[in-house]
Write a protein that binds this ligand. Structure first.
Ligand SMILES: [Zn+2]
Length: 79
């Protein structure tokens, strides 16, 4: 059995491992939400405003990107 201190330590190690990827995922989700809500969000790299570009006319998808293209988040509303 683990005691409480060991358990906490284990959890923190796990968090450390997963932090990098979940951080990015969480940030992207946040950015998507804000841009779609009409708020202005700047690219983390170039500080240019991010914009939403719809793909085609009826396709339920699109892309959020900045003017320089260093941020590009593909969206698929079907999933
Ligand atoms: Zn950029």
């Amino acid at each position: 059995m683990f005691d409480q201190a060991q358990l906490t330590q284990l959890k923190q190690q796990f968090k450390g491992l997963e932090k990098a990827s979940s951080d990015t995922f969480f940030k992207q989700k946040n950015v998507i939400k804000q841009v779609l809500a009409g708020k202005s969000v700047n690219c983390l790299n170039c500080q240019q405003p991010l914009a939403f570009y719809r793909q085609g006319k009826s396709v339920e998808g699109g892309e959020i990107c900045c003017a320089k293209g260093c941020t590009s988040i593909a969206l698929d509303f079907e999933s």
